[in-house]
Design a protein around this ligand. Sequence first.
Ligand code: GLV
Ligand code: MN
Ligand code: MN
Length: 419
Amino acid sequence: MSRARPELSNHRIDIDRLMGRINELGTIGALAGGGVSRLALTDADRQGRDRVLGWMRELGLAITIDRIGNVIGMRPGSENGAAVTMGSHIDTVATGGLYDGNLGVLAGLEVIAVLNEARIETRRPVAVGFFTNEEGARFQPDMLGSGVHQGALDLADMLAVTDRDGTRLGDELRIIGYAGDTPVGAYRAHCFLELHIEQGPLLEEAGTTIGAVTGVQGISWTEYIISVVSNHAGTTPMRLRHDAGYVAAAIAVEARALAGDFAGDQVATVGVTRLQPDLVNVIANQAVLTLDLRNTDDALLTRAESRMSEFIRTTAAREGVEVQSRRLARFAPVQFAPEMIEAVEATAAALGHSVRRLPSGAGHDAQMFAPNCPTAMIFVPSQHGISHNIREHTACADIQAGADVLLHIILTQAGWRLK
Ligand code: GLV
Ligand code: MN
Ligand code: MN
């Protein structure tokens, strides 16, 4: 089927400037062997924020920081009104790469730099933002800042969440100097666009440069704490075992079996297991584990949750252990606006890039905007499909392609002329 090709301007992003910023931000929280660790609201996150804020100032953006620490830089339009908004996150997992999140923020700044350099006046304001604790690696849930920003999560509840050590998010925000005073929940974007690496293998496998993201799969995160009285590993006969470690392992095995039985898009991961006292000759008296279930179909995700709950209940009863559970995150699947998906496809094709539709396996700030404004994501390939890993890599040419698609959609959405 042929589709109308959008008129393209001659403007293009400057890949050297964009890569320069990606690499410079990658020096903050740098890990030996490559990659970065900038867990949300740590000192490294503060330094990363300071650097991006500095770039926003250099680009002449009007900066606001809201009460959950989201930062928005705004370039005025010739008319007032809701901004055409770009953004993502600069926090990382503890084993992060240089691109996850950072690309969407820094490509947004690159778009602003092109507008400034070419003396382009847009009709609508154009904004770029980064949102607090997208990763959910330190504080749960993930997409926490954008969730509060878009009214899906409660500010007071989110300020009160604690990390593994019991540290409150609100306290950390104050300590790093990013507890802003802009109210949350009032920002309405004209539309939202997020450029992101795919973080999976599909684009690379298909030899495709641009992904037009159709939506984000549902996400369910639960923490389980399994408790029992510990005993001696050598003297306790198997018939008398009450083993928290065994139950944790059984849950991980069942999660894998469930994903196989559900087939299709179901994925299941036990990402955390911590045993106590964690000694070779002591039967564990406590296991803390997390279960991450995702599916593009909410009914199937709910069935997966029920099957795991039932399995955990019966296994714990049989083993004679206590189980407490705590929901860390639950987001329904999200569909992006059809006209925005089409805009990504048409713009990529007009720029001469191969493009295909795909859903996102990872959570993203864009999913929080999607219920409130037309939203799209542009994916670029991840080498070997690797992400949340210091080896995360995307080819320069693909970054350039993705950022050019972003630039041209922004120009179309914002309306523009030369000053
Ligand atoms: C967040 O980035 C997630 O998908 O886990
Ligand atoms: Mn991300
Ligand atoms: Mn991530």
